[in-house]
Design a protein around this ligand. Sequence first.
Ligand code: TMP
Length: 240
Amino acid sequence: MAVEVLEQLYEGKAKKVFKTSDDSLYMVEYKDDATAFNGEKRGTIEGKGVINNKVSAMLFQELEKHGIETHLVEFVDDTHMLVKRVEIVPLEVICRNVIAGSLAKRVGKEEGIVLPKTILEFSYKNDDLGDPMINRYHATALGLATDEEIDDIIAQAFKINDILKEVFAKANLVLVDFKLEFGRTPDGKIILADEISPDTCRLWDKDTHEKLDKDRFRRDLGDVEEAYIEVYNRLKKIGL
Ligand code: TMP
């Protein structure tokens, strides 16, 4: 690797970000730490950093093949990826194909109902406020993103959903819902950033509806590590 890793810029709940000797690149380190309910529940998922780094890299590479630009530059080692320097847009972009999680609670419906069309939601990425749900009018009025950027983000999110649904279906997994984050490059382009992993997606076995994602940690279902490994193995098996 040609670049040198410099000082840590940021430590989040699941990752650390470092500056590098190349001003246009950051190094991301994936951690085993897990939190849920805005940090109220804490734990460690052995080997999660490695799996999430590998799964994210595989999925980013697959998305790139379909014309989605991501921040991934290079998979470096088990827990590190080199990424483009972006300024994260402080929005969590959630796509839902099946009712689950907070949506099930909010609308009083059972988990597992397949939605006739995909729901896209925004949350304001702010831990102190517990990432409240907002809409595009809040996002633009609060100066989090411009109208053009929101249009771009929505179009990319739906395209990403179409691609990922198909990828996971090949692995006999249902992509129930997931969260994306986007970043602004220094020249103002909006590209996919952060991660896509069993931490940020709900993935159910297509036949049994067994949960193979972070809900196993959130809901104390056990076999958390095994579920993450299973997702990785299935993606490997389909050639990712
Ligand atoms: P939710 O049903 O709890 O709102 O979660 C929707 C999706 O977003 C689910 O796949 C998990 C993911 N998610 C994150 O990646 N980070 C978060 O902080 C939250 C709350 C959800």
